[in-house]
Design a protein around this ligand. Sequence first.
Ligand SMILES: Cc1cc2nc3c(=O)[nH]c(=O)nc-3n(C[C@H](O)[C@H](O)[C@H](O)COP(=O)(O)OP(=O)(O)OC[C@H]3O[C@@H](n4cnc5c(N)ncnc54)[C@H](O)[C@@H]3O)c2cc1C
Length: 598
Amino acid sequence: MLDKAPDGKMSDLLNALDKALSGGEVERAVDLFQTDCYWRDLVTFTWNIKTMEGKEQVRDMLKARLADTKPSNWKIAEGEDASETDGIIESWIQFETEVARGFGHMRLKDGRIWTLLTTMSELKGHEEPLGFDRPMGAKHGAERNRKTWKEEREAEAAELGYSRQPYCVIVGGGQGGIALGARLRQLNVPTIIVEKNERPGDSWRKRYKSLCLHDPVWYDHLPYLPFPRNWPVFSPKDKIGDWLEMYAKVMELNYWGATECKKASYDQKSREWTVIVQRDGKDVVLKPKQLVLATGMSAKPNIPKFEGMDIFKGDQHHSSQHPGPDKYKKAVVIGSNNSAHDICAALWEAGADVTMVQRSTTHVVKSDSLMELGLASLYSEQAVQSGMTTAKADLIFASLPYKILHEFQIPVYNAIRERDADYYKRLEKAGFLLDYGDDDSGLFMKYLRRGSGYYIDVGASELVANGSIKLKSGVDVKKLTEHSVILTDGTELPADLVVYATGYGSMNGFAADLISREVADKVGKVWGLGSNTIKDPGPWEGEQRNMWKPTQQEGLWFHGGNLHQSRHYSQFLSLQLKARMEGIPTPVYGLQKVHHLS
Ligand SMILES: Cc1cc2nc3c(=O)[nH]c(=O)nc-3n(C[C@H](O)[C@H](O)[C@H](O)COP(=O)(O)OP(=O)(O)OC[C@H]3O[C@@H](n4cnc5c(N)ncnc54)[C@H](O)[C@@H]3O)c2cc1C
């Protein structure tokens, strides 16, 4: 047989797929897949975020969705070439459906599809006004009583939510709500973002004063408007706050600061929400069709209950409310993840005597090692120099199915363990309890599975290793007295401050607060993959529970995650909302079942 270059092999496969799918021949299409195949679809076929694992699931999905979707024009993406490494041929691909244009990625193993990513780029007839289609801005010509851009913006701001209802209300104006709001604005979906803090960026400004982003700049861009090339690698929290404030303004978002959402209820008949918000001291009733909770997945504090909390005379607060180290002399920080480390280090810098109480193991990884071994190929200056764009990096990451993602991660963290072996030994010698994830797959899997259990070391671990931050590990708090914390091993730690760095609860807790317990239980736990590892109970879900996709409650959506996820998934959530607004049929395939309430 002729040895065709990767382009030829990929094109042959795409032509065969095109032919099978346009002919409605499901079996012929399924035959083009490997036995251990993965098809991850972001909205194009399923109107859902869903991974089909194995031929049977691919077959079931195609049987249910092929006739409606009418895919066509499968080809190697314009300007791209396929490549071959270690027998795997891969390429960027493009295709169309009846209603949308799609972009994706395909990997072939032994001439058949191993991984396929299909994502929706745009809805036909509802494209974003970009490039050649950008708005004119100025209206040339002459017209009596014409309005300026400013007057039009002011008129919109005055009427939206009062004389004209928004199609969508986003509760929470952190970076998640802001990124989604920007995309919806470009898609012309009337939206109000409701934020209880005064200004965009306050959710960062109000955190403890030493906080900087733990992820580097290349990972953190917002949609449309990347950080400039001289932006620092790790943004200090107040600087990211200012960027968000600027962004909300220039992206022309209808951002209602100092406005708290108090209550929301859904009318099944009118398929409309009633959302009560308090703005300028007055209740305003909003009637959107879609309600997005972007209230933060690290935002609903888990506060433990210990005997004696009511009699403790010093200050005690959850890490999210910790103001900073300045006025304390003896501090006890309960917990050993990111916030605990940052807060302990800041207290030590301010001269306090600080003890960290570590109840169970923590995964620690040096920031440098994570950047060089974990992120550099996709998100780094070297990656930028070699032509990697943020959009492509996001899509490559998305193209690795969650079911096998840990297999790609384990070697990375093994290499980090080897490189930093002395460092880990010193931490263990200080009594620190380490883990590397349930299956040694490290930080990112922990984040996706449970959103906790790790520290990206930006300096505090050295203080733990050399004893500057005192450590009590393998113990819990027994009780508090008026001036101390007593641990389960009998140790008494005098304290004028106790910080509970004990993490955050599932986002459906916000649905319970704002809508009802019944709706919170109906949609179930938010976040996690069902990996059956600690804090991520099975069964296997294949995607993150309830994030950026339809939930069991019509018209209710959850959005958020880190800056990378908010940037990437806001595209697919915005397209799902736009399609609904335009009345495009959006039959959801494989709506997730609920297995856990929180
Ligand atoms: C210590 C720490 C370090 C982190 N470091 C990073 C990092 O380096 N990189 C990264 O990407 N992520 C990081 N994160 C995760 C971080 O939480 C998210 O990236 C980011 O804050 C999430 O944005 P968000 O908009 O989803 O939520 P948030 O920023 O939490 O915003 C939610 C908003 O909802 C508002 N809200 C809640 N309820 C209501 C209501 N009823 N009415 C009106 N408004 C309401 C809140 O006031 C808040 O402003 C870190 C988190 C923590 C805790």
